[in-house]
Design a protein around this ligand. Structure first.
Ligand code: NAD
Ligand code: TYD
Length: 353
């Protein structure tokens, strides 16, 4: 028995692979193209562990994926690989269409061919778990109820539109071909190994190096925040007990404005790593030009996964953020290695001088 994970060198994927192998001896075949967001250093603790088989490759490379499925005969595919950053999708949507839509399509085709060739018993047990986002549901008004699995799709960015398209393909492969798929739509993750283009690690890094903490627009946009360890736990639960064809929303029951997120982060840093001059980190917050088409509010109703599968997040935003800040403080070399030339080029493009 084994599972095939895609995108397992990225933020959530690497947390998932590490957590999986901490809890089980079932091998993981980890297929990752190592784009700018894929970082083998995240998996350094697995060096020499033969339960982890890393393959550098593209999910859109059908021959490679077909070969991997035939060779390792995994009982499940857990599909994280994607282009994942909204701002990058605004600057250049092409890669998002290629990986998130075409790549997912090719992966589904390879999985379908593999699944068709299995014995009846193995076909029954096989799962294709597609990891998606709450952003496919669009933006909420302040009073609107949180997103349920039945909300209509109203994606607003090239990123969310490409994820929405991939969700539709996954659904169609169940309906048309009977492939045993599961889809999860989760909220904003945070935790160890997150690339510092996303709000929390970016502000963490900038705080420590004395750079501005940029809030887009008025900073009152709302997101639901989910600790990555809780997310990985939810995915294991859906894989083990979810019903094929079903969709599960995964959230942290933790809606915060971006201002609250960054001021809480600053307060934790003031306590754990005070600034040399004794001033509060919050003084570094600046308000910058808003993101085009910026969604105002996301909120997840994670009631279905709790009722049907008994999953609830363990961390609150404050406990999860303290753990996260602690991790970054203990892994400053990781951050230094990540913040190399390519990352600086992105900062210049996105935030100017
Ligand atoms: P990430 O950008 O950190 O990692 C993506 C990984 O996929 C990288 O390792 C990259 O090398 C790999 N990859 C990209 N294109 C590939 C390709 N064509 N073939 C093979 N590998 C490829 O992303 P993440 O934050 O870990 O997100 C993982 C998944 O979760 C994505 O599908 C994303 O849409 C979804 N998601 C993320 C969040 C979040 O807050 N981070 C929230 C909701 C949903
Ligand atoms: P981000 O981490 O990019 O995730 P997403 O866009 O997928 O929700 O952004 C989280 C929120 O923080 C979002 O409302 C945009 C905002 N944001 C800033 O205000 N400043 C920043 O520098 C970044 C990267 C994000």
């Amino acid at each position: 028995m084994a599972i095939l994970v895609t995108g397992g060198a990225g933020f959530i994927g690497s947390n998932f692979v590490l957590d999986w192998l901490e809890r089980s001896d079932e091998p993981v075949i980890n297929l990752d193209a190592l784009t700018y967001a894929g970082n083998p250093e995240n998996l350094a603790s697995l060096a020499g562990d033969d339960r982890h088989i890393f393959v550098k490759g593209d999910i859109g490379d059908s021959d490679l994926v077909v070969d991997l499925l035939a060779r390792h005969r995994p009982r499940a595919v857990v599909h994280f690989a994607a282009e994942s950053h909204v701002d990058r999708s605004i600057h250049g949507p092409d890669d998002f269409i290629q990986t998130n839509i075409v790549g997912t399509f090719r992966l589904l085709e390879a999985a379908r061919a593999h699944w068709n060739g299995l014995t009846a018993g193995d076909r029954e047990g096989f799962r294709f778990l597609h990891v998606s986002t709450d952003e496919v549901y669009g933006s909420l008004t302040p009073e609107a109820p949180a997103f349920a699995e039945t909300n209509r799709y109203e994606p607003n960015s090239p990123y969310s539109a490409s994820k929405a398209a991939s969700d539709h393909l996954v659904r169609a492969y169940r309906h048309t071909y009977g492939l045993p798929v599961l889809t999860t739509n989760c909220s904003n993750n945070y935790g160890p190994y997150q690339f510092p283009e996303k709000l929390i690690p970016l502000c963490m890094h900038h705080a420590l190096v004395g750079q501005p903490l940029p809030l887009y627009g008025d900073g009152l946009q709302i997101r639901d925040w989910l600790y990555v360890g809780d997310h990985c736990d939810a995915i294991r639960r859906v894989l083990a007990a979810g019903s094929p064809g079903e969709v599960y929303n995964i959230g942290g029951w933790s809606e915060k404005t971006n201002r609250e997120v960054v001021t809480t982060l600053c307060a934790i840093l003031d306590e754990l790593r005070p600034r040399g001059d004794g001033r509060p980190y919050a003084e570094q917050i600046v308000f910058v030009q808003d993101r085009p088409g910026h969604d105002r509010r996301y909120a997840i109703d994670a009631g279905k996964i709790e009722r049907e599968l008994g999953w609830r997040p363990v961390e609150t935003f404050v406990t999860g953020l303290r753990r996260t800040v602690g991790w970054y403080l203990e892994h400053q070399q990781w951050m230094q290695n990540v913040t190399s030339g390519a990352y600086r080029h992105w900062l210049a493009q996105q935030y100017g001088a």
